[in-house]
Design a protein around this ligand. Structure first.
Ligand code: UDP
Ligand code: MG
Length: 139
């Protein structure tokens, strides 16, 4: 059965562009509840750890550089079928291929600076949520 949680980050280009409010409104309108949220800036060590799965990819250096370039908003989101429904809401990695009305189609600048992250599996949603929010116990 599909899980009920996913993890997101509003990335530096979308924060810098003033799109936090509009993006959160779309997330709420799509039926997601915000369970935890934090605005912060990733250190190089944070970004390298978060994206460790991509460390052999040619874009890894650029990705770490970009993700540490300014503040981000990290959040845990809750909804039925959260991972798949959120990936639909954000659209394809490359904004040129993203469907009309998706967050990346509306706000992404490029394949690297693509406005928003969404977990790709229930397992990664849990790992990524814990990366930001496991310091305090939630009751
Ligand atoms: N990325 C990039 N160049 C690429 C592919 C990905 O800069 O050719 C960046 C982009 O910011 C993307 C992130 O690396 O969101 C993670 O890539 P992934 O393939 O996991 O895409 P996503 O799951 O974010 O759609
Ligand atoms: Mg991914």
């Amino acid at each position: 059965m599909a899980g009920t949680k996913t993890f997101t980050m509003i990335k530096p280009d979308a924060v810098e562009g003033g799109h936090i409010g509009a993006i959160l409104a779309k997330i709420n309108e799509a039926g997601f509840r915000i369970e935890a949220m934090q605005m912060t800036q990733l250190s190089r060590k944070d970004a390298e750890a978060f994206y460790a799965i991509h460390k052999e990819r040619p874009f890894f250096g650029e990705l770490v550089e970009y993700m540490t370039s300014g503040p981000i908003v990290a959040a845990i989101l809750e909804k039925d079928n959260a991972v798949a429904d959120f990936r639909t809401l954000i659209g394809a990695t490359n904004p040129e291929e993203a469907a009309e009305g998706t967050i990346r189609k509306l706000y992404a600048k490029s394949i690297a600076a693509n406005a928003i992250h969404g977990s790709d599996s229930d397992e990664n949603a849990q790992i990524e949520g814990n990366f930001f929010f496991a310091t305090r116990e939630r009751y």
